[in-house]
Design a protein around this ligand. Structure first.
Ligand SMILES: C[S@@+](CC[C@H](N)C(=O)[O-])C[C@H]1O[C@@H](n2cnc3c(N)ncnc32)[C@H](O)[C@@H]1O
Length: 258
């Protein structure tokens, strides 16, 4: 990959030096692949991982069902929110997989937001900087068909065991999910019922060993949970669906967020 990226032998030597010094391959190349797409990835921004393809596949399938079920009088475009978007890879892959959608992506890290703007702006997506739901337009409340989040979920104590490419070259805020790894996922779940349309879906990436706790956190907020697994991708996604018949978010956390 470095050979095909280099224009001259001197170029190649510089790329090899950077890789040999420990910089992740995706940061040396300036891109990573997700779902067959090249996603621009700047140094210091989380590199999309192949396992996240499961999150994209599941979200795309649910967004397609939403559009098929849409009333004829309503524009058949799913409203999708990508929280903790990093480079914007998940949203960009969803735009490529669907015929049309309204995309809103959020990250707290300015470098990630800049990178995401490059990846999703061409597709007409909006990128906001801030903490989870805080920068989203209030007009989206109760209108989101599909909410995806590949939030940090590594338990704090396990950060030291990660390969140096992650530990040294990706920001801690992209990895550290708190004592049990679920701090951010719990916050995402707590307020999701407020933003999801009735029958809308929240999808979060997690690990197989954290799936049961993630399901509990999702169910606690009144969402109907299920788990999607891929052995091939070694990936786990927990999906929480807002019951279609409930007219208003009812959970204590959702009411507090109002
Ligand atoms: C594991 S990375 C995933 C990035 C991207 N979704 C992907 O799959 O490639 C998690 C991202 O969450 C962002 N993040 C962490 N805490 C956040 C918060 N409270 N609000 C918004 N973004 C946050 C980090 O900056 C990082 O870009």
């Amino acid at each position: 990959m470095l050979v095909s990226a280099a224009r001259t032998p001197a170029d190649l030597a510089a790329l090899v030096d950077r890789r040999a010094a420990g910089l992740p391959l995706e940061h040396v190349l300036g891109w990573a692949e997700l779902c067959g797409l090249r996603i621009a990835v700047d140094p210091g921004v989380f590199r999309p991982r192949p396992r996240t393809e499961l999150l994209v596949r599941q979200a795309a399938s649910l967004a397609r069902q939403t559009v098929r079920a849409a009333d004829q009088s309503v524009a058949p475009r799913a409203v999708v929110v990508d929280l903790c978007c990093g480079s914007g890879a998940v949203g960009a892959a969803l735009v490529a997989a669907l015929d049309g959608m309204e995309l809103h992506s959020v990250d707290i890290e300015p470098a990630a937001v800049r990178c995401a703007r490059r990846n999703v702006a061409a597709a007409g997506g909006q990128v906001y900087e801030g903490d989870l739901y805080q920068p989203l337009p209030a007009a989206l409340r109760g209108r989101v068909d599909v909410l995806v989040a590949n939030a940090p979920y590594v338990p704090t104590e396990a950060i030291g065991l990660l390969p140096p490419e992650a530990r040294i070259h990706e920001p801690r805020v992209a990895l550290d999910g708190g004592a049990d790894g679920l701090d951010v996922l719990r916050r995402v779940s707590a307020t999701a019922p407020l933003w999801l349309t009735p029958g809308g879906h929240m999808l979060v990436e997690t690990s197989e060993s954290q799936a049961a706790q993630t399901v509990e956190a999702v169910a606690r907020e009144g969402l109907i949970p299920r788990v999607a697994l891929s052995d091939e991708l070694e990936a786990t996604v927990v999906i929480g669906t807002r019951p279609a018949l409930r007219s208003a978010p009812h959970t204590p956390a959702a009411r507090r967020a109002l």
